[in-house]
Write a protein that binds this ligand. Structure first.
Ligand SMILES: Nc1ncnc2c1ncn2[C@@H]1O[C@H](COP(=O)(O)OP(=O)(O)OP(=O)(O)O)[C@@H](O)[C@H]1O
Ligand SMILES: [Mg+2]
Length: 378
């Protein structure tokens, strides 16, 4: 998949930018604060309908403006496509695919496939469980509109259920029939998510192990295991059926009810899932060195790339934000190896071109970023 053009209007520090990137590797360079990451962020918003670093669109719109607009033309194996995102203060975000209005994010996500890799992603092995859930959710949302739809539903149900629990804990009692309505919905949608995550992790784990074996200098084996919260008490199951998940979910709700009512928050469900990462059987979070956790992070990113490719038959666009400078020479070379594939488009940001390995530098197109513009260097 190739991004052929990108248009930004009143997005971050760009009043109006039209960019026709190279089909291979584009290097965006410039000093801190020049607007390099903002370009990648625009691609992320077009791919996922929301930013990976700002929770609110108010942060994305150029200061003093009321609306922003993004557009991209992409070449996919099945032909050309166009995605547009328009946001205006106080209104719902609008999406268009190939010129036609699409009512929800689930209709847009997956058109432009991206793998984003920045300094935060390097922390995935050691960071909070939310980072690993996000990793899974972004992968699965890009290959399955149903997943994104159910994820959105789940968040809505969870919010409603938490509201009820909160008011119950304040009032000192709950309407059990009312709670049961939310329990049933939470379990129905939540079990679907758990099942889909379990299937995906089984395959991601294979990919990550293989990638890791190539990356690691020592003889170490990376294991990636799904840790669904509702099955933790049962000691986990490698491939739980939908029925097993549902039963475990209900019994967890039963077990945790007093605590939920006391604390006024939902304690069981896929919003508390995690991925367990192990190296030769030892938990990476507790025992991993900085180098080991970075290699694991890189392996997870490689796994993401091949998973997306296998599921969609398309080559995702790689977005590498300042990450080359964070890696040591051997890991940098491994990542650079991915960028040497001519079928793969990539955008790399850096303050210092010296971080680019020579093999990559030779086949890159360079753009100097600054003053709300990109200028191609000869
Ligand atoms: N909503 C906004 N409106 C206008 N300008 C903004 C907005 N949000 C951020 N900026 C500007 O964008 C710039 C930061 O852009 P960006 O994060 O892309 O920089 P960068 O080139 O990636 O820098 P670094 O090398 O430090 O990562 C800052 O100058 C900031 O003031
Ligand atoms: Mg940046």
């Amino acid at each position: 998949m190739i991004v052929q053009s990108l248009v930004l209007k009143n997005f971050r520090n760009y009043g109006g930018l039209e960019f026709q990137p190279a089909p291979g590797l584009s290097v965006l360079f410039g000093p801190n604060g020049a607007g390099k990451t903002n370009i990648l962020e625009a691609l992320v918003v077009l791919a996922l309908t929301r930013s990976n670093r700002a929770a609110r669109d108010e942060e994305l719109v150029s200061m003093g403006q009321e609306a922003y607009y993004l557009r991209t033309s992409i070449e996919r194996s099945e032909g050309p496509g166009k995605v547009e995102v328009a946001w205006e203060k106080g209104r719902r975000k609008q999406f268009k695919c190939n010129g036609a209005v699409v009512p929800s994010a689930a209709g847009v996500v997956g058109r432009l496939l991206v793998v984003f890799f920045g300094p935060d992603e390097l922390q995935i092995a050691k960071g909070a469980p939310a980072m690993r859930r996000r990793y899974l959710d972004i992968i699965l949302s890009q290959v399955s509109p149903t997943y994104l739809h159910n994820l959105t539903q789940y968040a809505r149900i969870l919010g409603q259920r938490n509201k009820l629990l909160r008011s119950a804990s304040e009032a000192g009692g709950v309407d059990l029939a009312h709670l049961k309505v939310w329990d049933d919905q939470l379990v129905e949608v939540g079990s679907w998510l758990v099942r889909r995550r379990a299937e995906a992790v089984a395959r991601l784990a294979d990919e990550a192990r293989a990638a890791h074996a190539e990356l690691a200098s020592e003889k170490e084996t990376l294991s990636v295991t799904y840790d669904p919260a509702v099955l933790r008490k049962a000691g986990g199951l490698a491939t739980p059926s939908r029925e097993e998940i549902r039963a475990a979910f209900f019994s967890e709700l039963e077990r945790l009810r007093p605590a939920e009512l006391a604390r006024g928050v939902s304690l069981a469900g896929p919003h508390r899932d995690d991925l367990l990462l192990g190296l030769n059987g030892a938990d990476l979070r507790d025992f991993g060195s900085q180098g080991q956790t970075r290699t694991a992070a890189l392996a997870l990113k490689f796994a993401e790339l091949s998973f997306l490719r296998q599921e969609t038959g398309e080559e995702p666009v790689m977005l590498l934000d300042d990450v080359l400078s964070e890696l040591d020479e051997s890991r940098r070379q491994a990542l650079a190896g991915l960028l040497e594939d001519d079928r793969r488009q990539a955008f790399v940001t850096t303050t210092d071109e010296a971080f680019l390995p020579a093999t990559v530098a030779a086949r890159s197109t360079y753009y100097r970023v600054g003053g709300g513009r990109l200028v191609q260097e000869e």
